[in-house]
Write a protein that binds this ligand. Structure first.
Ligand SMILES: Nc1ncnc2c1ncn2[C@@H]1O[C@H](COP(=O)(O)OP(=O)(O)OP(=O)(O)O)[C@@H](O)[C@H]1O
Length: 231
C-alpha cells in the first residue's frame, strides 16, 4: 500500500499542502478532486518524488522503493524533440532498465502513429502516448494527473475500461480529474482537497453525498454571488 502521512509542502511562505494523509491500496481506484490550485498536482509530485522538499512521509508500506513499481502520468507530459512515438516508448523502457516489448497489442487500442515525431502529435495523442508508456510497463501503482483531459470521447470510454481492468488485475490507481463522473463511475474512494487540506475521504457508498456536498458548497459560495451579480 502507498501511504502519505501528514504531508506539508510550502513554496516559500505559501503553504500549499497542510497535513495531508491518504492511502492507495492495491486493486483500488482512488480519485482526488479539488478546485484549481487546491494542491492536487503538488500532492502527486510529492508522492512520486518529483518534489522532495516537504515534511511528512510518503512510502510503500511493504518497504519497497515507491518509484520502482509506480508509474506517473504528468499533467502535461514532455516529449523530446525529434523522437518518434516508438522511440519515446523505447526510451521510457530503457530509462527504467526494462526489456523492450511489442507495443502493437496496446496500440491496436490507442491507434497512435508510432513512427511520427511525438512532439508533432495533437494534445490528445500526446496524452495517449504517455499513457501507452505506462501501460506497457505493468506497474503495480499508477499516479495519473488528469488522464481524461484532452482525450476524445472514445478514448475516454476506453481509458475508463482500461483502468477498471487494471484494478481487477491488482493495480492501485490514484488519479485526479475535474470530471466527477469519471471518478464516481470508476472509483472506490475519492478524496476532496480544499485549499491544500483534506476536507474528507468518501467511500464509494458515499459518492451520492459527495455530489450533494460539492453542489451545496458551490451553491453557498458561488451561485449566491452569481445571483447577486445578475440582479
Ligand atoms: N513551482 C511552484 N512554485 C510556486 N508555487 C507553486 C508551484 N507549483 C504550484 N504552486 C502553487 O501551489 C498551489 C497548488 O498548485 P497545484 O498545481 O498543485 O494545484 P492543482 O490542484 O493541481 O490545480 P489545477 O486543478 O489547476 O491543476 C497553487 O497556488 C500554485 O500556484
Amino acid at each position: 500500500m502507498l501511504e502519505v502521512k501528514n504531508l506539508r509542502k510550502a513554496y516559500g511562505s505559501h503553504v500549499v499542502l497542510h497535513d495531508v494523509s491518504l492511502t492507495l491500496r492495491p486493486g483500488t481506484i482512488h480519485g482526488l478532486v479539488g478546485a484549481n490550485g487546491a494542491g492536487k498536482t503538488t500532492l502527486l509530485n510529492c508522492l512520486y518524488g518529483l518534489e522532495t522538499e516537504f515534511t511528512g512521509s510518503v512510502r510503500d508500506t511493504t518497504g519497497r522503493t515507491l518509484r520502482e513499481q509506480t508509474g506517473m502520468l504528468p499533467y502535461d507530459p514532455y516529449f523530446y524533440p525529434r523522437l518518434t512515438g516508438r522511440e519515446y516508448l523505447e526510451f521510457c523502457l530503457q530509462a527504467r532498465g526494462r526489456a523492450l516489448v511489442d507495443f502493437a497489442g496496446w496500440n491496436r487500442l490507442l491507434e497512435l502513429p508510432l513512427d511520427q515525431y511525438a512532439d508533432e502529435y495533437s494534445a490528445g495523442m500526446r496524452k495517449k502516448l504517455a499513457l501507452l508508456a505506462l501501460l506497457v510497463q505493468n506497474f503495480d501503482y499508477l499516479i495519473l494527473d488528469e488522464p481524461f483531459n484532452g482525450l476524445d470521447l472514445e478514448a475516454n470510454l476506453l481509458l475508463k475500461e482500461i483502468l477498471q481492468r487494471l484494478r481487477t488485475r491488482g493495480t492501485g490507481i490514484l488519479l485526479t480529474s475535474h470530471i466527477l463522473g469519471a471518478l464516481t463511475e470508476t472509483g472506490d474512494e475519492i478524496t476532496v482537497l480544499v485549499a491544500g487540506r483534506v476536507q474528507r475521504h468518501y467511500a464509494a457508498a458515499e459518492f451520492d453525498t459527495l455530489e450533494t456536498d460539492l453542489l451545496n458548497s458551490l451553491h453557498r459560495e458561488k451561485l449566491g454571488l452569481l445571483l447577486d451579480s445578475l440582479v
